[in-house]
Design a protein around this ligand. Structure first.
Ligand code: FPP
Length: 256
């Protein structure tokens, strides 16, 4: 099906963008992205690291648009990890302001394009301005059934698994659940990603080849695509290339 859709009317440039929706077989339903390389992008240009994060936000806009265009169902973006609190406070403060900045500009377009915002991670520890902005976006997009955009904020997979285990044990202690009922599916219901399919494709930009405590349970059978491109330079074309690489992969899930 080919269909013209208006998308992300960028108020800064006052330019209305039009995209053609693109349906192809074997497009991954769920794409997860580790957006790495912002600091290096800035350093290479003699700019402060935060300039890389700012430019990284522009790449987020491009890739969300591309995901809508390709009819990806879920896009999960690693925005701030539980380990990122070790960074200098001014950098943390800058990153924490980006979700609000993004939503202040783009929430109307996100709503108009049927995108649903979710957050995975511990929202309680976020600064109030970040928590309130994302909570407002979650509430305003709750009924949308197009692309689900998961913002991984204060997310750490080990923390998520421990938290899930504690919640599940509490339910067992309160006789809401019996030990016999515990299986992989049941456990998954206690994770931040409850009800979502596991990622089909993981993209990591910035040249490193590690998972950095991201979705360790959920990535068990995910296809990985690593690229040296630094996140601020990651373009729609590179995203399309990753989807194409995924389409060529044979997924066997341990079978033959
Ligand atoms: C990693 O690069 C990047 C981050 C820790 C922040 C990423 C956040 C954004 C791009 C904004 C996302 C916003 C929304 C609303 C989804 P790095 O700083 O570790 O780069 P380096 O490895 O070159 O130092």
């Amino acid at each position: 099906m080919l269909m013209k859709i208006p998308f992300f009317n960028n108020k800064k440039s006052k330019e209305s963008l039009h995209y053609t929706q693109d349906t192809q077989d074997n497009t991954p339903d769920h794409v997860a992205i580790i957006m790495d390389g912002n600091g290096r992008w800035a350093s290479k240009r003699g700019m402060p690291r935060v300039a890389g994060h700012k430019e990284g936000l522009s790449a987020v806009v491009k890739i969300v648009k591309a995901a809508v265009k390709c009819q990806v169902k879920i896009l999960t973006m690693y925005t701030f990890s539980t380990e990122n609190w070790k960074r200098p406070k001014p950098e943390i403060d800058f990153i924490m302001k980006l979700p609000k900045e993004f939503l202040d500009i783009y929430l109307p377009d996100i709503i108009a394009n049927n995108v649903r915002i979710e957050v995975i991670g511990n929202m309680k520890e976020l600064p109030a301005y970040t928590r309130e902005a994302v909570q407002y976006a979650i509430d305003s997009t709750r009924d949308n059934d197009g692309l689900q955009l998961n913002i991984a904020l204060n997310y750490g997979s080990r923390h998520e698994i421990l938290h899930a285990m504690k919640e599940m044990l509490a339910d067992i202690n309160n006789a809401k659940l019996s030990l016999d009922q515990v299986d992989e599916q049941q456990f998954s219901r206690y994770l931040y990603t409850a009800g979502m399919t596991n990622p089909d494709l993981l993209i990591r930009t910035g040249g490193e080849k590690r998972l950095s405590n991201f979705l360790l349970w959920q990535l068990a059978y995910t296809e990985f695509c690593f690229t040296d491109v630094l996140w601020p330079d990651f373009s729609e074309n590179e995203f399309m290339d990753a989807l194409e690489e995924y389409r060529q992969r044979k997924r066997r899930y341990g079978g033959i």
